[in-house]
Design a protein around this ligand. Structure first.
Ligand code: HSE
Length: 431
């Protein structure tokens, strides 16, 4: 086997990056793998668009089925974005026995069950290292290196754009929109950055990690997801005073013999914790396995080159799969846990910021509602201000079920002394 035909579906930031990286390191790949990857067709939606990296005109098509129908193409790399068209491509490509590589986390999170059932039935391998955490080889690690472990927890900073925005807001007092604009100009954000900032891009990645770790495809409606759109400089500052940093954190936990917990939300994490120093576009994943203990992965989580690097790794594995049949097509269901814990019963500590009237009895009314809900207060800050009528009140709350905390805060919000919307954020101690 000297050369393997590839079809590239999608020629945006990542697709163009893969095309360029394949050219740049062609010789290295040949020496290491003994094969040459030859891009034979490139499907793109807008061929006339001006691009920094040009595709040879003779390879271009606007119809991805040209890749599926080309018998000289053995591997299709799907980097189109969206879910509907990629799903159709996957169905046709699996039927045509093409090996698939994708960076599409939304596709796998939403249609993983169908895709891997089709793949197993047709014996077609699927690789998706680039779908989670850019250049970090976390999929391979979960599937291979840690295959002998029960996973007790997986915590991750999984969205480069959100992490970049929070870092700029924390370090340079930049406002949210300015920081988002910078992330977009660096090519970190999705074409529509809504999913980056509302937590769903990280949630799709968390679904993939949890599904791999626990052996069943999670349903996205079962997990708690929150984004960073409403994180204000004020909360970043209070968190800092209290010894915490705010990060968009994905948390996956299994209590032995119990359901698993999966959430993505902005959380206060102790400044001394290793994840607190993961800044900018960097992602990190902290795994706790019953045999390996803790293991930390760190690297660029978004951007053209890191993502292309993971696709190249997948191409190398795909080249092996062309030569030798594989035991798994990319996902083996094993159902050790099989269920996700209901969001309201998941226990967490909390940060609560309220804007309140500054008059006697206010703190007592708030403490009364929390007390009735069996929620303990671990500390209180009320900055001494010039305004004698209104003040910020920040309460750190002890562990409580999320449902009970939300319910108590809804009641607090109805008090006449409370102005505006309370801010309730999770506090993660990684216990
Ligand atoms: N938009 C994603 C991020 C790219 O910012 O992390 C990688 O999935």
């Amino acid at each position: 086997m000297e050369s393997i035909g590839i079809g590239l579906a999608g020629f945006g930031t990542v697709g163009a990056g893969v095309f360029q990286a394949l050219q740049r390191n062609a010789e290295l790949l040949y020496r290491r793998l003994g094969v040459r990857f030859e891009v034979r067709r490139i499907a793109m939606r807008h061929p006339a668009k001006k691009r920094a990296i040009a595709a040879p005109e003779k390879l271009i098509t606007t119809d991805w089925s040209d890749l599926v129908n080309d018998p000289s193409i053995r591997i299709i790399v799907e980097l189109m974005g969206g879910t509907e068209e990629p799903l159709n491509l996957f169905r046709s490509a699996i039927a045509a026995k093409k090996i698939l590589i994708t960076a599409n986390k939304a596709l796998l999170a939403n249609h993983g069950i169908e895709i891997f059932q089709l793949a197993e039935a047709a014996n077609v391998p699927i690789f998706y290292e680039a779908a989670v955490a850019g250049g970090i080889p976390i999929i391979k690690s979960l599937r291979e290196a840690f295959v002998g472990n029960h996973f007790e927890s997986i915590h991750g900073i999984l969205n480069g754009t959100s992490n970049y925005i929070l870092t700029r807001m924390t370090e340079s007092n930049m406002d949210f929109h300015q920081a988002l604009g910078e992330a977009q100009s660096h090519g970190f954000a999705e074409a529509d950055p809504t999913l980056d900032v509302n937590g769903w891009d990280a949630a799709h990645k968390a679904i993939i990690l949890a599904s791999l770790a626990y052996g069943f495809w999670l349903n996205s409606v079962d997990i708690q997801v929150g984004g960073i759109e409403n994180i204000s400089p004020l909360d970043i500052q209070f968190a800092r005073e209290l010894g915490y940093t705010i990060k968009l954190l994905a948390s996956i936990r299994s209590h032995l013999d119990e359901k698993i917990e999966v959430s993505v939300h902005p959380a206060l994490i102790p400044q001394a914790h290793v994840l607190a120093s993961v800044n900018g576009v960097f992602n990190a994943i902290l795994i706790r396995g019953d045999i390996v203990g803790e293991s930390l992965f760190y690297g660029r989580g978004a951007g053209q080159d890191p993502t292309a690097s993971s696709v190249l790794g997948d191409l190398a594995e795909a080249a092996q799969a062309v030569a030798f049949p594989r035991a798994s097509c990319g996902f083996k269901p094993h159902n050790l846990r099989g269920q996700v814990k209901e969001a309201h019963s998941c226990v967490s500590s909390f940060y609560l910021r309220l804007d309140v009237d500054d008059r006697p009895g206010v703190l007592a009314q708030i403490a009364n509602i929390l007390g009735r809900a069996q929620i303990g207060i671990s500390s209180v800050i009320q900055p001494e201000g010039k305004d004698t009528h209104q003040t910020h009140l920040v309460l750190m709350l002890h562990n409580a079920p999320t449902g009970a905390a939300s319910e108590a805060v809804s009641q607090i919000a109805t008090l006449s002394c409370v102005k505006g919307k309370p801010v309730l954020l999770h506090v993660e101690h990684f216990a």
